[in-house]
Write a protein that binds this ligand. Structure first.
Ligand code: FPP
Length: 261
């Protein structure tokens, strides 16, 4: 029996097993995921770390389809952080080739599902072939109006905040704006997620593999996000796990600092 079936089994009440439908869930508009545990998944199988990343890429495809089918508007995936450059050279090189393989094999399905590819982070520092694959995927899906699949590539949240501060400081220095005009809204307008408008802040942040920290992922945008941590390693994150995250989110009481009406 699947995990999901077990969770909703009515066996104790002598009734047939019931599989809940997505309509029973509150669907987060924006889900952001820290896809952690690829290395441990590979190690558990006596495989090289990169085998975990390859399998992790397959999970990216699965979760993209699940999120799109569920009606999620934005799915942001932490694919490569500004800190990941300090991993062994071979691993970095493999991670840099993954977007090429991913888009080579997956763009037709993205188009069929009306999904639009976008990125946050400094893609100018990526190897030319990787950068081109990302740019091609963005232009091939630019007309799509469904879910936004937003890859955080060479992304670092502290750098994003510092960069936004510099832009605002420059504007003040040039007399384009006054200090009093720096507000959470104008600040958010200088972040890389500003193109998402009122969808910029994730409703739900998922981190796999048992680690419970943000690791420089969307620190400004996460101010009111709900967090879901699971011990499951990213390559093992499947439909049951996705549904479990949605079920947990559905039960959360989001008050945004206010008291319940
Ligand atoms: C963290 O696991 C994972 C990463 C740093 C890379 C994530 C990349 C993918 C899931 C594939 C991305 C696919 C595309 C299409 C870009 P880890 O290596 O830190 O695992 P560990 O903590 O077990 O060592």
């Amino acid at each position: 029996m699947s995990l999901w079936a077990k969770l909703f089994s009515k066996q104790n009440q002598g009734q047939a097993t019931e599989m809940p439908s997505l309509t029973e869930f509150k669907i987060p508009k924006h889900i952001a995921i820290i896809m952690d545990g690829n290395g441990r998944w590979a190690k558990n199988r006596h495989l090289p770390r990169v085998a975990g990343h390859k399998q992790g890429m397959e999970t990216v495809k699965t979760v993209t389809k699940l999120a799109s089918n569920a009606g999620v508007k934005v799915l942001t995936l932490y694919a490569f952080s500004t800190e990941n450059w300090s991993r062994p050279k071979d691993e970095v090189s493999f991670l840099m080739k993954l977007p090429i393989t991913f888009f080579d094999t997956f763009v037709p399905e993205l188009i069929q599902k009306n999904i639009r590819v976008k990125t946050i982070g400094d893609i100018s520092a990526l190897p030319a072939g990787t950068r081109q694959a990302v740019l091609d995927a963005q232009s091939q899906t630019a007309e799509n109006t469904g879910m936004i699949l937003n890859f955080a590539l060479n992304y670092g949240g502290q750098k994003e905040i510092v960069d936004a501060s510099k832009v605002l400081a420059q504007k003040v220095q040039e007399g384009v704006m006054e200090i009093k005009d720096i507000t959470p809204e104008t600040f958010a307008g200088e972040l890389t997620t500003h193109y998402l408008g009122d969808l910029a802040n994730p409703d739900l942040i998922i981190r796999t593999s048992g680690e419970e920290r943000l690791s420089n992922f969307l620190p400004y945008q996460a101010a009111y996000s709900e967090f879901y941590f699971t011990d499951v390693l990213w390559p093992d994150f499947d439909q049951d796990q996705f549904n479990l995250a949605l079920q947990t989110y559905t039960k959360r009481d989001r008050r945004f600092g206010k008291v319940k009406a």
